[in-house]
Design a protein. Structure first.
Length: 131
């Protein structure tokens, strides 16, 4: 399921990065789509874990018979807590990297230096060599 989700998410991201500018939609829409897909990944994994898809359709996965009900509830709560912590950590990292802040108006302290070539001298040398 993770591989299928990743492949579909990659295709949707690539398609949106082409279609959004072509339709003159706002640039933030591609970012929103990527964030939606990132948040949807743990949800898809939980649903794939809870439900089975088979010839009879979608069915709930039966719990193991040897585990008591209270252990199953504790395990589900622990898994949910881990998923929430991972999502919070990912959100914090994205925010700290500048995903949540606009950096467009900040001044840049870099200078680009390009090499200088005297094209006139090259052109004169080429013309005199041809003559």
């Amino acid at each position: 399921m993770a591989i299928a989700y990743g492949a579909i998410a990659w295709a949707v991201t690539e398609a949106s990065s082409v279609v959004v500018p072509a339709l003159h939609l706002p640039e933030w829409l591609v970012t929103a789509i990527v964030l939606f897909l990132l948040v949807g990944f743990p949800v898809a994994m939980i649903l794939a874990w809870v439900f089975d898809v088979g010839p009879q359709g979608i069915e709930r996965t039966e719990p193991l018979a040897h585990e008591p009900r209270s252990t199953q509830v504790k395990l589900r709560a622990a898994y949910a807590a881990v998923v929430l912590l991972l999502m919070a950590g990912l959100g914090y990292l994205l925010y700290e990297r500048g995903f949540g802040r606009a950096n467009a108006n900040e001044p840049h302290s870099s200078v680009a230096v390009l090499p200088f070539t005297n094209r006139a001298a090259i052109r004169r040398a080429t013309i005199s060599a041809m003559a």
